[in-house]
Design a binder for this molecule. Structure first.
Ligand code: BGC
Length: 751
């Protein structure tokens, strides 16, 4: 017999639920239970379910008594509860003292880990490893749920082409396909195999939609996106999250083509709910319903609530327009009872799916999963795969005791646990983040020497007094590990930058160290692509390590000493200068592209060298990026040959093969990328679009033919009336190590 306390007093449940695991309800049972409950609810209780409050103890700033609000059915969810005790306490009020005993759902931003911190999402995407990304999100879910959190506001599946935007750190790169694949992996990881399991948490695809296209990379700014671009670039990753079963979606802050996204019935009701059939619920971003007043789209809070409800935003985060004005809006007829029922139905459905009615409490007697050995192992593996080797002159890396008897560890980020955390570090502690310096002794020989000199007190510091000590250390050493980059507080929400350069006195520090002539391994940390061409020319090797999380030091040192071979590849284009932004690989050709000649990409035309060059370019900068999308080196080398496209099968699916050889002396993993280009279209088409990728593990000297299959549909695109087109004609296809290399094969897409 199924154990169920549905709609019954749940006082004895806390204990019982931990002893007997209830079977999950079937979808049909959930729908029946939702309807039954809905039929018993008052209007105030419905509006209560549609309200999410920020947890706070009662204070002058927060006049709401949380327990009283729960008892009277005025709240359906809290974000940011301070402890598992608070969760259980408020849950008890909800399921024992409120009229209908509807459990609360508690959410928090578990973006790249709860206590065990994984690399920031943009770094995770450089692994191109959906399985490992899924495993990391699973760990995050297990840790978060142990503290009563059954909902995370992740994954962020926004696309951006602008590294000035501080939230690029939270994205999964600039490509819609890869973002969709990895976003879906995160959804699977958070939600687990069974949503009702005590350690599964609901995921939330955010920020719907176009938030990453903010003008000038300024957070919260205007977005103007034609429908074709919306459907081809910004929507596919949300669709992928929906297909992976994401339970919630967050509407965004931005104004999209003049309509704030938290009041946009087209994107939410029409596309997400109707066209795609999303049956979970939409939560607003933090006060984004109320902010429609500031946008100039709503006259007052009541009007903002009207827009939010009409658009299909089911739950309002923090602001209280639904709670305060829902009743009068309904009375006047500017929202309908059906709209409210639809929203409440969705919220209850997710609560039932999570098993919250059967198991509302968090069992605090279970052994804590936080920072377990296994969790740290997953973090170390993912961190290692997230780091990208950008340069390795004369095979300086990997290091060994023979190559370097004395090593200087220099730089303000060499021993900064705080900066390893990155933005949205949830419950991760700086003191738990292992830095490069803190673990380095485990990698050198017993007689080797480590000299440590940070050079600058902090990443943004302009006080250069300590540089002389760093120079002294460099002079005495065989190699310098120079840890520079962006401190964590320059990255994340509202952390936009007009410059992508290394902050503070870092360039000065690097130049002073370079002047000693000791070879430099530059380890660059950051939450975004940075511009550091001078430093790059002064260093012999460069690892781009992002904000790597708890296992920063071990992963970086594993790579430095060759215990692991780098395999990460960039998922964002790295510009040479902020003046090139936006710069992205899947741009259109224009009528005057810079000639397809590697030399032309490196030398501006229209200058003394070619005064006739009327091309789409800058005169004062080579056109190629510093590092293209998909780029990353290994300690071995891979050679691609024999690209072939097979004739389409009966369903029109295309298959292509290529042979990849590991021509070096080390085993390694190559991330092979498949790109296509439709040569002529009824809308101009991007010069390349990523359609597939494979991680190919090859032993030294090994060679293998890999095969990719592309469904016919993947060659289509949307036009500006929202129509999906599959246009016959010629295509180019590459399977290549990155977006800038390789020669294409040609094929024809038939009718
Ligand atoms: C952010 C969201 C986040 C929310 C709750 C907002 O400021 O834009 O991404 O989920 O806060 O913390």
């Amino acid at each position: 017999m199924r154990l169920r306390c549905l709609l019954l007093p749940c006082a004895a449940l806390f204990l019982a639920a931990t002893v007997f695991a209830a079977q999950p309800m079937t979808d049909a049972e959930i729908e029946i239970a939702v309807e039954k409950l809905l039929s018993q609810m008052t209007l105030a209780e419905k509006l209560g379910q549609m309200t999410q409050r920020h947890y706070n103890t009662k204070s002058a700033n927060n006049p709401v008594d949380s327990a009283a609000a729960v008892r009277t059915g005025q709240v359906g969810s809290f974000l940011n509860p301070d402890s598992v005790e608070t969760v259980n306490k408020l849950q008890k009020v909800a399921v024992e003292e409120s009229r209908l005993k509807i459990p609360l759902i508690f959410g928090i931003d578990v973006i790249h880990g709860y206590r065990t911190l994984f690399p920031i999402p943009v770094a995770q995407s450089c692994s191109w490893n959906p399985e490992l990304v899924e495993a990391a999100s699973r760990v995050a879910a297990v840790e978060a749920s142990s503290a009563g959190i059954r909902w995370t506001f992740a994954p962020m599946v926004d696309i951006t082409r602008d590294p000035r935007w501080g939230r690029i750190a939270e994205t999964l790169g600039e490509d819609p396909y890869l973002t969709g694949q990895l976003g879906a992996a995160m959804v699977r990881g958070f939600q687990g195999k069974k949503l009702s399991a005590h350690d599964s948490i609901a995921a939330c695809a955010k920020h719907y939609v176009g938030y990453g296209a903010a003008e000038g990379g300024r957070d919260y700014n205007t977005t103007l996106i034609p429908e074709a671009e919306l459907r081809n670039i910004y929507l596919p990753s949300f669709r992928a999250a929906k297909e992976a079963g994401v339970q919630t979606v967050m509407s965004a802050f931005n104004d999209l083509n003049g309509v704030p996204t938290s009041g946009n019935p087209f994107t939410i009701r029409e596309v997400l709910k109707k066209e795609w059939g999303f049956d979970g619920f939409v939560v607003s971003d933090w006060e984004s319903v109320k902010e429609m007043i500031v946008h100039g789209a709503a006259a007052d809070l009541r009007d903002a609530g009207r827009l939010g409800i009409n658009a299909g935003v089911d739950m309002e985060m923090v602001s209280t327009s639904y709670h305060d004005h829902g009743e009068s809006l309904l009375r006047e007829g500017s929202i309908s009872p059906a709209m409210l029922d639809d929203s409440v139905r969705r919220i209850l459905r997710v609560k039932f799916r999570l098993g919250l009615f059967d198991n509302p409490y968090t069992d605090t007697t279970r052994p804590s999963p936080l920072l377990s050995e296994e969790n740290l192992r997953v973090a170390r593996a993912l961190t290692t795969e997230s780091i990208v080797l950008l340069k390795n002159e004369k095979a300086l890396l990997p290091l060994s005791s023979e190559k370097a008897k004395t090593v200087a560890i220099i730089g303000p980020l060499a021993d900064s646990g705080t900066d390893m955390r990155g933005c949205w570090s949830c419950k991760g502690e700086a003191s738990e983040c292992r830095t490069v310096y803190s673990v380095f002794k485990d990698y050198v020989g017993p007689k080797d020497k480590i000299l440590y000199a940070p050079g600058l007190k902090h990443g943004s510091s302009t006080d250069t007094d300590d540089i002389s000590a760093a120079v002294k250390a460099a002079k005495k050493s065989d190699v310098v590990i120079l840890c520079v980059g962006e401190p964590h507080e320059l990255s994340g929400e509202a952390r936009c930058r007009a410059s992508l350069d290394l902050p503070g006195g870092q360039d000065q520090l690097i130049s002073a160290v370079a002047d000693t002539g000791t070879p430099i391994v530059l380890v660059v940390f950051g939450g975004r692509p940075l511009t550091f061409s001078k430093a790059a020319s002064q260093a012999q090797a460069i690892l781009f390590a992002w904000h790597p999380g708890t296992m920063a030091g071990p992963a970086i040192c594993d790579l430095l000493y060759g215990r692991a071979n780098p395999s990460g590849k960039l998922t964002t284009t790295f510009p040479r200068s902020v003046g090139q932004v936006p710069l992205y690989y899947n741009h259109r050709n224009t009528g005057r592209p810079v000639p397809v000649d590697p030399k032309a990409a490196q030398t501006p035309l229209g200058t003394a060298e070619d005064p006739k060059g009327y091309y789409s370019q800058y005169l004062d900068l080579p056109q190629a990026p510093a590092y293209p999308f998909g780029y990353g080196l290994s300690y071995t080398t891979f050679v691609y040959s024999d690209l072939k496209v097979e004739a389409p099968d009966a369903n029109g699916a295309i298959a292509a093969t290529v042979t990849i050889a590991n021509t070096g002396t080390r085993d390694g993993v190559e991330i092979a990328q498949l790109y296509t280009r439709q040569l002529v279209g009824s809308l101009t088409r991007p010069v390349k679009e990523l359609k597939g990728f494979q991680r190919v593990a090859l032993k030294a000297g090994e060679k293998r033919t890999v095969r990719f299959e592309l469904p016919k549909q993947s060659l289509g695109y949307y036009n500006n009336t929202g129509r999906f087109l599959l246009e016959p004609g010629k295509f180019h296809l590459w399977i290549a190590p990155n977006s800038a290399e390789g020669k294409p094969a040609e094929f024809v897409l038939g009718q």
